[in-house]
Design a binder for this molecule. Structure first.
Ligand code: ATP
Ligand code: MG
Ligand code: MG
Length: 527
């Protein structure tokens, strides 16, 4: 394809850029500082990084800060931090605002060449005219008049505030993106970096091709939602006689039951429906990390996707399965028993309460040992206790076999107490049930186990959907539990396995009088 667009099969690592010379490729990731980065941005950033590295070239991170109404300094800081987490830490960050003067000069050039005009048609009329392919009344104003009007926009005069600059491309092209797009607009809100120096700002459609060319970008990666705007991008390069830039298209990342739009995520934050931008239910980098996704798993997954051009929304399972593969060999093993209806077991033949060193992970010696408590009373989960039969031989994990000798139940079938008898010479390979248990003692730690559901009830949100009609009523589930004493030493961010329950990430460390909070990491098996 002459524009250098290239489509690649899903899963391909073997992606190439058109006209890419070793050592000369320059790519760029241009986030708008209007929210926190989400997993879609991670895909964009990592693909750009991938190509820059593959061709021993350079990656530019450019803050696309052309709209003071949406942008905040706070977001810029968070974006830098999050990029660092996925291995992107450039020495310099550029800003579209660094180029405001040059963009302005080029806009004047467009006007002088008869390629742009200042339009003060009302928004509704402009929309209708664009729809119907009708020329604006301002389309054929003289260059002098346009320069005069543009100066009024620059000064944000009463007239200027009602006007916008439009590129004179086409009135009725079937591609509506070419119907004289708006390229400058007034905004009196002070800009985070340029303050009140400017009262009008270029729109992304104008600023992007200009700054890409000025910064020496050789390959501009754009998501397929911009497809119709590619000819427009090219038009600006041509009209302004700028250096050519190859556009390389890739598919926008979408997940089921997930919003990947900063505007919509902001709504959830503002409504207080989540704890913040790092909420574990959020698809932000901070959110999925807090939910237990490792940054290695994220990077592996994104590169597995390649440039995939499928439009379908992806299931989350595959990502979490990649994560589980990375986490399983290195997550220390621990035990927790749910507090509700937990069952006290008297163990005959057990020695007095004592500790023993046991490996943290049976297949990974490097993780060292933990202290496990043993004693004549222990706790079982109600769910396990319910399954047991009189005189059944079971295996107590990290201990040995035992016979279930006596089961006491309440009228409604809840097990209230059990008596067991150790049988350590029994063969652990012959038992059907391997039970997790905790010796009763002072070292036990209170924990809260958290699990989450999708925030929305619809698999794929359409533009016309009202978010407030699609909210999952309850999305956070908390289970009280007790855990082995080693859990007291865990810190925020540590990832463990609670045996037979799943992988968890520590969200809050255990503190005097306060339970530790552990978040269940999806394992990619369910759903
Ligand atoms: P949002 O709708 O979330 O605000 P955006 O595209 O407006 O997204 P930008 O900050 O402008 O946000 O995006 C920076 C870069 O990330 C752009 O190149 C954009 O195309 C890309 N990007 C944004 N969302 C996705 C996504 N879901 N999948 C892949 N790339 C994305
Ligand atoms: Mg954008
Ligand atoms: Mg968007």
């Amino acid at each position: 394809d002459p524009k250098g667009n290239k489509t690649v099969d899903q899963g391909s690592f073997d992606i190439n850029l058109v006209d890419a010379e070793m050592g000369k490729v320059v790519t760029r990731f241009p986030p708008e500082p209007s929210g926190y980065l989400h997993i879609g941005h991670a895909k964009a950033a990592l693909l750009n990084k991938y190509f820059a590295e593959q061709y021993k070239g350079k990656l530019i991170v450019r803050f696309d800060d052309t709209n003071p109404s949406k942008e905040k300094e706070e977001y810029e800081e968070s974006i830098k931090e999050d990029l660092k987490l996925i291995g992107i830490a450039p020495e310099n960050y550029s800003h579209t605002s660094d180029y405001f003067e040059q963009i302005y000069q080029l806009a004047l050039q467009l006007i002088k060449d008869g390629n742009a005009y200042v339009d003060d048609t009302t928004q509704e009329q402009m929309r209708a005219e664009r729809m119907d392919g009708i020329a604006s009344k301002c389309r054929n104003l003289s260059v002098e008049e346009n320069l005069r009007r543009f100066e009024e926009m620059k000064n944000a005069t009463e007239f200027g505030l009602t006007a916008c600059l439009r590129a004179k491309i086409s009135v009725d092209n079937p591609n509506k993106a070419l119907r004289d797009p708006v390229i400058y607009r007034c905004n009196l809100i002070p800009h985070a970096r340029t303050g009140t120096a400017w009262k009008m700002y270029p729109l992304y459609d104008l600023a992007c091709p200009i700054v890409d060319a000025l910064e020496g970008v050789t390959h501009a990666l754009r998501t397929d939602e911009y497809h119709d705007r590619n000819p427009q991008y090219q038009w600006f390069l041509d009209a302004l006689k700028l250096r050519q830039v190859h556009i390389w298209e890739y598919s926008r990342l979408n997940f089921v039951y997930t919003l990947l739009s900063k505007r919509k995520l902001t709504w959830f934050v503002d409504q207080g429906r989540v704890q913040g931008w790092d909420d574990p239910r959020f698809p932000t980098i901070r959110g999925i990390r807090r939910r237990g996704l490792t940054m290695d798993a994220l990077m592996t997954y994104i590169l597995m996707q390649g440039a995939s051009t499928s439009f379908v929304a992806l299931e989350w399972d595959k990502l979490w399965a990649v994560n589980r593969k990375q986490v399983d060999p290195i997550a220390p093993r621990h035990v927790a028993i749910e507090s509700k209806d937990r069952v006290k077991v008297t163990v005959k033949g057990a020695e007095a309460y004592h500790f023993k060193e046991v490996p943290r992970h049976k297949k990974n010696e490097a993780l060292g040992n933990k202290k496990t408590a043993y004693g004549p009373t222990m706790w079982l989960d109600q769910a396990d206790a319910k399954e047991l039969a009189q005189d059944e031989e079971v295996t107590l994990m990290d201990w040995g076999n035992a016979f279930v000798r006596k089961i006491e139940k309440s009228a409604d079938g809840v097990v209230t107490a059990i008596e067991a008898e150790l049988h350590l010479q029994g063969d652990v390979k012959k038992t059907k049930r391997k039970l997790t248990w905790l010796a009763d003692g002072a070292e036990l730690v209170s924990v809260l186990l958290k699990d989450y559901d999708y925030l929305i009830t619809k698999k794929k949100i359409e533009e016309e959907d009202e978010l407030k009609d699609l909210l999952t009523p309850v999305t956070e589930f908390t289970t009280e539990a007790i855990a082995d004493g080693n859990v007291a030493d865990l810190n925020k961010g540590d990832i463990i396995q609670l045996e037979r329950k799943g992988f968890y990430i520590v969200d809050q460390k255990a503190e005097a009088g306060k339970p530790a909070v552990l978040i269940l990491i999806p394992d990619g098996k369910s759903a």
